[in-house]
Design a protein around this ligand. Structure first.
Ligand code: PBE
Length: 266
């Protein structure tokens, strides 16, 4: 397509999510790197998906902040815009991070969290189930029940907890709602009470760093959450990747005749 051809129709707007998300910082970076005349509109994951669904129903152009794993790529014919400047970084991993002292205080929970590892397709199954109307907890329950062989690797040889409460924190991104609910089900099956608190991204990191929360499975590294991570990495324990090969970027419906972020230049 011709550079800038959609810009008027797009109202020079990129439809974003919550302001604290790493993909938002990268989108601001892209606006700068490509010298775009666009505004990045902050909202929420749910509102962005609503706007995307509406645009697709009307075959209108839209540019959204996007990431995968996410069911939206299965549900809709979407494409990432090429990013020759690398504003959105390379592929990355999602890490599990726990508070200092969890290993001593709840060794069984620590071990399960340390073992937690799955694939993007697994996460997308849970996400899609929730998108289609299944309650979050129920979707996680079904996935755990249907994937006993995978879950067995996380709990194999680990003793039961004795009813202690473990506090998990997350941001209400669809991907993290899926992962956090799944690990919560597994911890509950293994003798723990689980409490979940959804916070803003910076507070999710802070609450694990200061010990208010026990764990999170939602750290996108090395790029997306770099700023939060570097600020606090001495104050928590990084248990490494629970999922490999995640990515962020700008996405558009496939019917739009553009391929690169450069095509948003005037
Ligand atoms: N996300 C989902 C988050 C990380 C997980 C890509 C929206 C972010 O941008 O911070």
């Amino acid at each position: 397509g011709e550079a800038g051809a959609y810009n008027e129709e797009l109202d020079y707007t990129i439809t974003g999510i919550d302001a604290g998300a790493g993909v938002m910082a990268s989108a601001e970076q892209a606006i700068e790197d490509y010298d775009l005349d666009f505004d990045l509109q902050a909202s929420s994951d749910a509102a962005m998906i609503g706007a995307l669904d509406d645009a697709i129903n009307n075959e209108e152009p839209i540019v959204v902040t996007a990431w995968d794993p996410h069911y939206k790529f299965a549900e809709h014919d979407l494409k990432y815009l090429d990013d020759p400047e690398g504003s959105f970084g390379e592929a990355e991993d999602i890490h599990t991070i726990v508070r200092d002292g969890l290993e001593e205080d709840m060794p069984e929970a620590y071990e399960i969290l340390d073992n937690f590892h799955w694939e993007g397709d697994h996460m997308e199954e849970v996400m899609l189930d929730i998108y289609e109307g299944t309650a979050e907890e129920e979707a996680a329950r079904e996935w755990v029940d249907n994937n006993e062989d995978i879950v067995e690797d996380w709990v194999d040889g680990v003793d039961e907890g004795d009813g202690e409460t473990i506090e998990l924190t997350l941001v209400a991104w669809d991907s993290e709602i899926a992962s956090t609910n799944v690990i919560a089900q597994v911890l509950e099956d293994h003798g723990f009470e689980v409490e979940m608190s959804a916070l803003e991204a910076n507070h999710m990191f802070t609450s694990v760093a200061n010990g208010d929360s026990d764990a999170m499975v939602a750290a996108w590294l090395p790029g997306t959450h770099e700023a939060y991570y570097e600020d606090m990495e001495d104050d928590f324990v990084d248990l490494g990747a629970n999922l490999e090969g995640a990515a962020i970027g700008l996405a558009v419906p496939a019917y739009m005749d553009i391929d690169s972020i450069e095509d948003l230049q005037d």
